[in-house]
Design a protein. Structure first.
Length: 338
């Protein structure tokens, strides 16, 4: 006959191993599938794992693969890949790719294919200057980091579905840490935006008012009925409009962006545009003085326009550029000079 103490002893012999297995399983889960008890930062200290975790779309263990790929003597040239991995069924590795580089100041307006259209990018300024669009973003480093090779930029690609605000926050953090590491940090750290404007939705091109601007000519022979345009809210310091397949118009008077443009190599005086004295990189990427405020204009053409250049109804590049600067310039008090 088994007494009570015997049953209790048998129960303990069963419960203790079960608890031990459970504790080990929980511990393995936390170690393999979350970043609990993990490193506080990666990429040579440029990225906090908390900020990276906020960008990833699901939990996982954060690591930096081969670490920071540094490129001396310029400490602002680097790259690093941050990964989030999990052993949970169906989980794939997520990655954040980060670069530090020097760019021509208008890079995000002109490098089609590398960057989302500026018309779909959410720009921010004030505490930090940058933009995020289609899980790809950038932040300018402080002006003290600019050299004869141009302004310094932190760029990042995040997983699809990442929160754009968290992407901006991560890039701002990396920009601050990179500037400190290169001894060019500002007196006050850059601060990330708390909110971002949503990207505008495409709409049909309105006859006689391309990009919603009366008087702006269509960049082609005619405006096909199916052509759409995506237009940024022009109340901000940076405005852009993409006429799908034909052209992208961009304007900015954001001081840090214009400063980076004017400090870039090969920025020099250009022929007048719409009667105004301008400087820039070429006739389609220029800065004008508009009521005392330096204002940048960019006009990029796409295949829809270039394929119709032989059509006599297609406006010439120079005519479109003058028309663009004249129509949009009126909103910024830009006037021709004698």
């Amino acid at each position: 006959m088994t007494d009570g103490s015997g049953r209790a002893g048998l129960g303990q012999k069963i419960i203790i191993p079960v608890l031990a297995v459970g504790i080990l399983a929980v511990g393995a889960h936390l170690w393999l599938n979350t970043n609990l008890f993990g490193r506080e930062d990666v990429c040579g200290g440029l990225v906090s794992t908390d900020s990276a975790e906020a960008v990833f779309t699901r939990p996982g263990r954060v690591s930096d693969r081969d670490g920071l790929d540094d490129r001396p003597p310029d400490r602002l040239h680097f790259r690093c890949t941050v990964e989030s991995s999990s052993f949970l069924p169906g989980s794939d590795i997520e990655r954040i790719s980060l670069w530090g580089s020097r760019e021509r100041g208008d890079f995000f307006f002109t490098e089609e294919g590398r960057w989302p259209s500026p018309a779909t990018m959410s720009f921010f300024s004030g505490g930090a200057t940058g933009g995020v669009g289609d899980h790809h973003g950038w932040v300018l480093l402080p002006g003290a980091c600019t050299t004869a090779d141009g302004p310094a930029v932190v760029e990042g690609r995040a997983p699809k579905g990442s929160d754009p605000v968290e992407v901006a926050r991560l890039l701002t953090e990396v920009a601050n840490r990179a500037a400190e590491r290169a001894d060019c940090a500002a007196e006050r750290p850059l601060t990330a935006p708390r909110t971002l404007d949503a990207a505008p939705e495409p709409r049909r091109v309105r006859d006689g008012a391309v990009c919603g601007l009366p008087g702006l000519r269509f960049p082609g022979p005619d405006a096909p009925a199916e052509v759409t345009e995506t237009v940024q809210d022009h109340r901000g310091r940076t405005w852009a409009c993409e006429v799908t397949g034909y052209a992208t118009y961009s304007v900015t008077r954001e001081p840090r962006i214009v400063e980076g443009i004017r400090s870039s190599p090969r920025f020099t005086e250009q022929p007048r545009v719409a009667g105004m004295e301008v400087s820039g990189f070429d006739s389609s990427h220029v800065v004008a003085d508009c009521a005392g405020t330096p204002t940048y204009f960019s006009l990029e053409f796409d295949r829809g326009y270039t394929s119709t250049i032989g059509d006599p109804r297609t406006p010439r590049v120079r005519a479109l550029l003058d028309n663009f600067v004249e129509v949009v310039g009126k909103r910024f008090a830009c006037t021709a000079t004698s």
